[in-house]
Design a protein around this ligand. Structure first.
Ligand SMILES: O=c1[nH]c(=O)c2[nH]c(=O)[nH]c2[nH]1
Length: 299
């Protein structure tokens, strides 16, 4: 038996970065978490301890902060592309760079008076925005944007019936239930490096995809969470030309009607126990039938 080195990559994870843009006294903040992972000619590093091909993870951390100072941080996809291209272009041994970024949103603290809303922020209850960029030495670039922790609920308009039944099934069919989930969605851009011409870039693309997801969730009379998942992905693909594939993971955050008959009360869909576990987990990909191959985009 021979032992060989398998796939490997290395980098700095969770580089926490807050960039303040000072605009004549009105500040704008960008709060992100950056991870970079490099791979390529790294055999000698592992096999003989020769570190000459290793750009230290500490340098990757420094590069992230330096680029934030030099170029600013606007759309996370653009910042990820900048870093990924830099590592591949500047390091001969690096054949592939993967940069992932999470963005946390802040709202301005609304204050009365003329100096209001200049430099005070409150962490937003919104979802987390995400992206993963892969850049190869051969020029192939993939951009996957996304969001997570987007919690949504329909208080009616959801059914679940007609399911398979066996000797272990106790679930009763329902024609009216609460449908709640925490959406994790990732979507792959068809043209690796930028959204379609004529758009306003990754920022507009993000808000429009988010809008599609929410409108499809709210507007679909649901016969199952699976059907709702497909409707959400489909809405994105039918609305946004720059996107060729959407992957969704949606836990079914069960809301069970509480039995109030011991107290002489009915419960016409008004009082629920919001269970946190176990939960159904519904996952799926929705894609254009001519979507180009995904390479390593989803890793
Ligand atoms: O929308 C649903 N899909 C399921 O697959 C499922 N299974 C279950 O118990 N409840 C539900 N609801």
């Amino acid at each position: 038996m021979a032992v060989i080195l398998g796939p490997n990559r290395y980098g700095k994870a969770e580089i926490r970065l807050v960039r303040v843009a000072r605009d004549a006294g009105v500040h704008h903040i960008k709060d992100v978490n950056v991870g970079s992972a490099l791979s390529g000619d790294m055999d000698d590093v592992h096999l003989s301890g020769d570190n000459s091909a290793v750009l230290p993870t500490d340098t990757q951390k420094n590069t992230t902060y330096v680029f934030a100072r030099k170029y600013g941080v606007d759309q996370i996809e653009d910042f990820a592309l900048l870093l990924a291209r830099h590592y591949v272009d500047s390091q001969p041994a690096v054949h592939h760079a993967r940069v992932e970024i999470e963005e946390y949103f802040w709202d301005r603290v609304p204050l009365p008076g003329p100096r209001a809303e200049r430099h005070s922020f409150v962490r937003s209850g919104r979802e987390v925005r995400t992206c993963v960029v892969h850049h190869d030495r051969d020029g192939t670039t993939t951009v996957v944007s996304g969001l997570k922790d987007l919690v949504v609920l329909n208080s009616t308009g959801s059914e679940f019936s007609g399911f398979a039944v066996d000797e272990y099934t106790t679930l009763q069919p329902t024609t009216d239930r609460v449908l709640a989930t925490e959406v994790s969605a990732r979507w792959r851009h068809a043209s690796g490096a930028s959204p379609a011409d004529g758009s306003h870039g990754f920022g507009e693309s993000y808000s429009e995809v988010r809008r599609c997801l929410l409108e499809a969730f709210a507007g679909t009379h649901s016969l199952s969470l699976q059907q709702t998942l497909y409707a959400m992905g489909r809405r994105v693909l039918e609305t946004r030309d720059e996107i060729c594939e959407v992957r969704l993971a949606m836990p079914n955050k069960h809301h069970f009607p509480v039995d109030l008959t011991p107290f002489g009360l009915d419960n016409p869909g008004e009082v629920f126990y919001a269970a946190d576990r176990p939960y159904g987990l519904i996952e799926g990909a929705v894609l254009d039938d001519d979507a180009p191959a995904a390479h390593s985009a989803w890793e």
